[in-house]
Ligand binder design. Structure first.
Ligand code: SAH
Length: 477
């Protein structure tokens, strides 16, 4: 870093602007809009002010003659824009009396440069690239613009107004800081950001004992666990609530199925702890996970338990909630898009369809042994779509069970792997060929969808079109 961003108090004195033409006028507009007073030396003598707000022009003072001497007295910074040859000379004079100077597009003669700025009232963000690339700086600024709440400046102003009064009522600094954190992160801050400043004002006034308000949130009482559904893989399928919880987390316990793209959306300094089971490897076990969650919350952390899909669909979220309840830990649950719905949307399988599919069953058949415990006789209804989680290894048993239940061997089935991820894969065919279809999959996780509606899916239609084309070509020969 060569340039340190510092903020200039524009009320402490005028800025000297040397230069003419559109370049100088653009800087003039910027300075006046920011509230500066400007001592302007127009090198070509044209002090025309068209296009400027009349009220602003009262803050312009003309500096005529040689801008070398008296004009520098009392100014806080010197600026050359459209000053031509004069730039280096003015720069030397400014430096001689210790004034910061900027000569436009001339790094060598500048002691400060202008950053790209995000302007939200009291909240100002400066972005610089050391003069290397204003375009890069502007792109960074655009990204910051996009994530900052529109009223973040109002929030700063609101707090600024109350600062002194709270300062006098809470002596200890750490408690004061917690007080403000609680205001900013809690309902009062949310009111200001929602444009309801009057209600925020009233709520803050209502706090009879600021120390108690801060203390209530402090330390261990703060801890909680949020079960968050991460969806099937595509990070854009996270809900806004899930994103908020990830941004707010101190520690994240995540499953094997959660992609790194999703973890990338979490708060950068949140600790990340993998607790998943890999196929074939046991993982740390459900009891150990429950204990970790409880301990994290008890030590005052905001813990997120991040699970693939939805926490309550074959995700053992129920057991975790049970354990948290028993331990008296505060918790909440944020749903996610379950894999079956993600796959259905991506491959266009309407899970229900008028007249064709009136029911959906989600079931799991983790191993062949599980498949033996499924009551297949409950799945005889042709108008029922069956979605099978963790069903890859049990494919032969699933086929056997459904055929024994009287389902047609020709029933359309889809095997959808890594759904909603960039490398997703679909294989479709008839129920009688299920084990062979599963073998075509290049890697999990994968889900099975069984039922007539699979015939509406894009891979099915593509396959049919291909066979129509090859039949046509054979016939045409
Ligand atoms: N709670 C999760 C399911 C966990 S069980 C949910 O609601 O989606 C794990 C099983 O989910 C995997 O064996 C697989 O059958 C399915 N699965 C998860 N992500 C998937 C994906 N992206 N594509 C296909 N199947 C997926």
């Amino acid at each position: 870093m060569r340039f340190l961003p510092i903020f200039l108090d524009l009320r402490s004195g005028p800025v000297l602007l040397v230069g003419s033409g559109e370049l100088a006028r653009a800087k003039l507009r910027l300075l006046l809009a920011a509230g500066a007073s400007v001592r302007w030396h127009a090198t070509d003598g044209d002090y025309g002010l068209s296009g400027l707000d009349a009220a602003d022009t009262t803050r312009i003072e003309r500096a005529e003659g040689d801008p070398s001497t008296a004009d520098l007295s009392g100014v806080i910074a010197v600026l050359c824009a459209g000053a031509g040859e004069l730039g280096p000379a003015i720069s030397a004079r400014a430096k001689a009396v210790g004034l910061p100077v900027n000569v436009m597009d001339d790094l060598a003669h500048s002691t400060f440069i202008f950053p790209a700025i995000v302007d939200r009232g009291e909240v100002v963000v400066a972005v610089g690239t050391g003069g290397a690339s204003p375009v890069v700086a502007r792109r960074v600024r655009e990204r910051i613009e996009a994530v900052l709440p529109a009223r973040i400046g109002d929030l700063a102003t609101f707090i600024g107004r109350w600062r002194k009064s709270i300062h006098s009522r809470i002596a200890e600094f750490p408690l004061r800081r917690r007080f403000w954190e609680r205001v900013v992160d809690g309902p009062i801050g949310a009111l200001v950001l929602a444009g309801r400043a009057d209600e925020a004002e009233a709520a803050l006034k209502d706090i009879a004992d600021p120390s108690a308000f801060a203390g209530a949130q402090a330390g261990k009482a703060n801890g909680k666990v949020t079960l968050v559904g991460a969806g099937p893989g595509d990070p854009d399928l996270l809900t806004i609530k899930a994103l908020r919880a990830l941004q707010d987390a101190d520690i994240i316990f995540y499953d094997e199925l959660v992609s790194s793209e999703i973890l990338d959306r979490a708060r950068r300094d949140a600790a990340r702890v993998p607790v998943g089971r890999r196929v074939g490897k046991p993982g740390i076990g459900q009891d150990a996970i429950n204990r970790l969650l409880i301990e994290a919350a008890r030590s005052g952390l905001r813990a997120v338990r991040l699970k693939g899909g939805d926490p309550f669909v074959f995700g053992r979220g129920g057991e975790e909630v049970e354990a948290l309840r028993q331990a008296g830990i505060a918790y909440s649950v944020i749903p996610g898009i379950t894999a079956g719905l993600g796959a259905a949307a991506e491959f266009e399988v309407p899970l229900t369809f008028r007249g064709e599919a009136l029911r959906i069953t989600f079931l799991t058949a983790h191993k062949a042994k599980d498949a033996e415990t499924v009551d297949w006789s409950a799945l005889t209804d042709r108008k029922m779509t069956v979605v099978v989680y963790m069903g890859m290894t049990a494919a032969p048993a699933i086929r056997a069970g459904l055929l024994a239940a009287g389902r047609s061997p020709q029933t359309p089935v889809g095997v959808f792997a890594r759904a909603t991820r960039p490398d997703s894969q679909a294989v479709v065919g008839a129920l009688e060929n299920l084990p062979a279809l599963v073998r075509e999959i290049d890697g999990g996780p994968a889900i099975l969808v069984i039922g007539d509606v699979v015939a509406h899916s894009t891979p099915w239609r593509d396959a049919n079109l291909n066979s129509l084309i090859s039949n046509f070509l054979v016939a045409a020969e």
